[in-house]
Design a protein around this ligand. Structure first.
Ligand SMILES: Cc1ncc(COP(=O)(O)O)c(C=O)c1O
Length: 472
């Protein structure tokens, strides 16, 4: 562009003026609240025809611009009809919460400032805020004061980070030579009730899917620690190199807690990294009553806890917490002259899988600061109480509960005379009245009912029970 020539005006569709922004944002806030109220009264499951949506999408040729107000209205309507509603009080589903309000505010703020959390040089305040929250969670779990970690996009990323740390600590030459540095094939151990992302994790970490040992359970969905020790000893005898054990604290299907102290002691005896996967269950540390179930977590080398599960933040907010933050630096260090970094131990790009990072941790910071541990304690205990209410009603009607969990998940089998589990669940979903899942625990197919919505009421429990009991 030569001197004297004018720059084109920024496109107002992307960068509207203040008055337009204010008007659109106010309308958006109201539209979302109205939609939320309609969702709670309507079907939990999608009602939208995919073919019709595809036809509508075909009209978006991205040639003729459309008004943002209309686009927002269109999008809200399609989401209202086109998703399983985690924000419906009768979504008794997978560990996807109805997002709490402070975390939604956090997303708004993070989206507006859009800070880059790769480096503390660019984002000193966000990096400090995240580190503060991570230390608070570590303390709550009983880890030492100098523990560290970071926010991740998911529990899977946090579990992947654990495996990379275990490999890095077990063999310093892993950094340069990868798994070839080990004296034999590498193995990691978790139970057969583990979350299946572990299969992808061993694949992407380069140790291969054969490296995953699924240890048997005790008939109650908990890892059999004697079987674990036998597997480690047998592997060693065959020249395999064990690196990591991962007990689960709150299994995905049944909410069971593996014997955390015994696993930690065994890991110590065998010199293995002990990573507790508390992706969902970890939020129960907020409750004075329920946290006792997690005794032994304080001995972990590292822990996964997802804020986007039982802490009920918006999606994509996991945490990796470790008593060995220096191993993170060993695993993820890198030199990059262009980074506006103060190159402190805190710099996320030097300690995490990610590079560019969103300000994820603000979601839990605002939620925890607004509610306090006590508020979160009430939140998780309330979910456990709603679960107990479902249990009581189903047991009174002859249903069998197959998981002995005090957390907010129930695995049930109907009495004789009901449709097979898959058909029964399909019928419940088809009714639109509630969402429950089919799951497998201890080799049995069950109906899985999990309380993930912070405002589910007893009236919703009655409706769920009616939907489960409806025979046609
Ligand atoms: C115990 C456990 N670990 C890990 C994960 C994976 O977490 P994410 O979905 O955040 O990747 C889940 C997901 O449900 C889980 O239940």
């Amino acid at each position: 562009m030569s001197a004297g020539q004018e720059l084109p005006a920024p496109p107002p569709a992307l960068f509207p003026d203040r008055a337009t922004r204010t008007r659109v944002e106010d309308a958006l806030t109201r539209a979302l609240m109205d939609a939320g109220e309609r969702v709670a009264q309507g079907s939990v499951v999608p009602t939208l025809e995919r073919a019709a949506l595809r036809q509508e999408l075909a009209q978006f040729d991205f040639v003729t611009p459309r008004a943002l107000d209309e686009l927002l209205t269109w999008t809200i309507a399609r989401l209202e009809q086109g998703v399983v509603h985690m924000n419906h009080p009768r979504y008794f589903g997978l560990f996807n919460p109805a997002a709490n309000f402070p975390s939604q505010c956090a997303d708004r703020i993070a989206g507006s400032f859009n800070p880059q959390l790769a480096s503390s040089g660019s984002s000193p305040a966000p990096v400090e805020i995240e580190a503060h929250v991570i230390r608070a969670i570590a303390r709550r779990a009983g880890l030492p004061e100098d523990s560290g970690g970071h926010f991740t996009t998911s529990g899977s990323e946090a579990n992947y980070t654990a495996l990379v740390c275990a490999l890095t600590r077990a063999e310093p030459r892993f950094e340069t030579e990868g798994v070839r540095a080990f004296a034999g094939p590498v193995a990691m151990y978790t139970s057969r009730e583990c979350q299946p992302a572990w299969f992808k994790i061993v694949h992407q970490a380069g140790v291969g899917r054969d490296a995953l040992r699924l240890i048997g359970t005790d008939g109650q969905g908990r890892m059999d620690v004697s079987a674990l020790e036998r597997a480690i000893t047998a592997d060693r005898a065959r020249g395999v190199v064990p690196v990591l054990i991962s007990p689960t604290a709150g299994t995905t299907a049944a909410g069971m807690i593996d014997p955390l102290t015994a696993c930690a002691q065994l890991a110590r005896r065998h010199g293995l990294w002990n990573h507790v996967d508390a992706a969902w269950g970890g939020a129960a540390l907020a409750s004075e009553r329920l946290r006792k179930l997690f005794t032994g977590i304080e001995l972990a080398d590292s822990i996964t806890i997802d804020a986007h599960k039982w802490f009920a933040t918006t999606m994509g907010c996991g945490m990796f917490i470790t008593r060995h933050p220096q191993v993170l630096s060993a695993a993820f260090k890198v030199a990059a002259e262009f980074m506006p970094s103060s190159v402190t131990a805190l710099d996320p790009y030097l300690n995490t899988v990610q590079w560019s990072r969103r300000f994820l941790g603000l979601r839990l910071f605002l939620s925890l600061a607004a509610a306090g541990w006590e508020g979160y304690g009430t939140h998780v205990e309330r979910a456990a109480a709603v679960t107990a209410a479902v249990r009581e009603r189903l047991v009174a009607r002859g249903w069998q509960v197959v998981n002995d969990s005090q957390l907010a998940v129930l695995c049930v089998i109907p009495p004789p005379g009901f449709a097979p589990i898959r058909e029964l669940v399909k019928r419940v979903l088809g009714s639109g009245r509630a969402w429950v899942a089919v799951a497998k625990t201890e080799g049995r197919e069950v109906v899985r009912v999990c309380v993930t919505h912070g405002e589910t009421a007893l009236e919703d429990v009655e409706q769920l029970v009616a939907a489960l009991e409806a025979k046609a």
